[in-house]
Ligand binder design. Structure first.
Ligand code: GTP
Length: 474
């Protein structure tokens, strides 16, 4: 691990993606080597392998050392590898395959802010380069550096670099991704990783490590509207304590809050902690906290708390989403799945497939002929939920804007929320249903006049009460 320095910026999570064998592990291994971040003995081990097999030193094997440590249950999460520069700490989210990457990303385990997309300088853009790039766009990762790797095999030629830059750039532009930098590197030889390469004097930019330090972090989460998804509600002597993790924003004792999807308002009375010394009056993004509120509503897991003046989350039962499918069994229209979003779980069906896209070629298939979404397909669909929930567009809030779909017990797909959709004809929200129920006539019929998904008028018709027909008693 690098030396700990004071006054560093907050850490940055990076994901490394690219076509198989284009050099992801080698570049990561080299970064760890150059920043002195390897577990003890790792280099000796890899040197020994090289010596015993008579093959060259493989930087990619250095990553195995992390896995070994993990298996011994020591420090590091397999999917998270850390290194540091003087400026800040980095966490590399290792994505052995795009399936693991997607699962990690959509389940929130990864939460990458920036990406390194690695392309072999000789082979150029390949199927997985495209697929991974597409996934980045789907996940809204805009901070992308393209590393043109194996420049040693391409004779360190500027022409090879320029060609790949051109091809990749054209493809990425279609996805709305504009890489911040293209860097020619050799993971194996260490060119343009920690220091500028003498082999490529034509390259005017920074080497990778310097370029990473130039990336800006996200807008501080504490300055945003509060998002506190309720994890649990505990009964504790006579009080009810709401527990959850603050995903964005901040909260103080005395703040007025609103709880969605219902939108009921109340006030924060205290942050109850077990020990008096831990008492506090404010909590910020990133903190897990318990809160006690003035009015004891029936709160439940899944609801989202925000501050009364803050932009509220969206609510509804119909969501327009970008979805990708990883299930062996294709996703079927109208089949029931479990949707998990934030801390909410609700039954969901795909009501319609609006667009279906081949993630590699980006060709669209005519959606009206499609009744299922197959393994590795990406689609824009309308999801219909059994109950109303609170959520955000992914581009506004990642934690409350992404979801997974569970088929039986398996996470079979997931994606991001693009927008809230109006209720379909003939469906009312819970709020509307409550309103309607409150206006039911004692004795008669109620006509609900709806326009553009909004109730515009209620008409009551009293039923005639017959006391008899033509004077005949009944
Ligand atoms: N000459 C040369 N070979 C490289 C370079 N980077 C990687 N390689 C070699 O390319 C092969 C694949 O590299 P990896 O780092 O394992 O590739 P990867 O993208 O991690 O591959 P997967 O994990 O299988 O997807 C290895 O034999 C590396 O030694 C480079 O810059 N120059």
């Amino acid at each position: 691990m690098g030396k700990a320095l004071e006054q560093k910026e907050a850490g940055l999570n990076i994901v490394v993606v690219g076509h198989v064998d284009h050099g992801k592990s080698t570049v990561i291994g080299r970064l760890l080597y150059d920043t002195d971040s390897l577990p003890q003995g790792a280099i000796d081990k890899v040197e020994k392998i090289a010596h015993d097999t008579g093959k060259p030193f493989e930087y990619a094997y250095l990553l195995d050392a992390f896995e070994e440590e993990q298996q011994q249950g020591i420090t590091i999460d397999t999917t998270r590898i850390q290194f540091s520069t003087a400026k800040r700490d980095y966490v590399i989210i290792d994505a052995p395959g795009h399936k693991e990457f997607l699962k990690n990303m959509i389940s929130g385990a990864a939460g990458a802010e920036a990406a390194l997309l690695i392309v072999d300088g000789k082979q150029g853009v390949q199927e997985q380069s495209r697929r991974h790039a597409y996934m980045l766009s789907l996940l809204g990762i805009k901070k992308v550096y393209v590393l043109v790797n194996k420049m040693d095999l391409a004779g360190y030629a500027e022409t090879a670099f320029v060609k790949i830059k051109h091809d990749m750039g054209a493809f990425l532009a279609e996805l709305g991704i504009y890489p911040l930098k293209y860097i020619p590197v050799s993971g194996l030889q260490g060119d343009n990783i920690a220091s500028k390469s003498a082999q490529m004097p034509w390259y005017q930019g920074e080497p990778l490590l310097e370029a990473l330090d130039l990336l800006e972090g996200e807008q501080a989460a504490v300055d945003r509207a509060l998002r506190l998804p309720i994890q649990d509600v505990y009964k504790f002597d006579s009080r009810r304590i709401i527990a959850g993790r603050i995903e964005a924003g901040q909260l103080a004792v005395g703040d007025e809050i609103a709880i969605y999807p219902g939108g009921r308002k109340t006030k924060v009375v205290a942050f109850p902690y077990w020990q008096a010394k831990d008492q506090r009056t404010q909590a910020f993004a990133g903190a897990s906290t318990g809160i006690q509120v003035a009015d004891e509503f029936f709160n439940q897991r899944g609801e989202i708390i925000t501050r009364a003046g803050d932009t509220p989350p969206l609510t509804g039962k119909r969501l327009r989403v970008s979805l990708f499918w990883l299930g062996k069994k294709p996703l079927q229209l109208n089949r029931r799945y479990k949707l998990k979003l934030g801390t909410q779980e609700v039954e969901a069906q795909v009501e319609s497939i609006e667009k279906l896209i081949d993630a590699s070629s980006l060709d669209q298939r005519a959606a009206d002929t499609v009744k299922e979404i197959r393994l590795n397909d990406v689609a824009e669909v309308i999801l219909k939920l059994k109950e109303e929930i609170a959520f955000d567009r992914f581009q506004d809030y990642q934690a409350t804007g992404r979801f997974v779909l569970v088929d039986g017990y398996d996470v079979a797909g997931g994606g991001i929320v693009l927008a809230a959709e109006k209720e379909a004809h003939g469906e009312f929200s819970q709020k509307a249903m409550r309103y309607i129920m409150n206006h039911l006539p004692q004795n008669g019929e109620l006509i609900v006049v709806v326009k553009d998904g909004e109730i515009v008028r209620l008409e009551r018709t009293e039923r005639e009460v017959f006391s008899g027909i033509d004077g005949e008693g009944i």
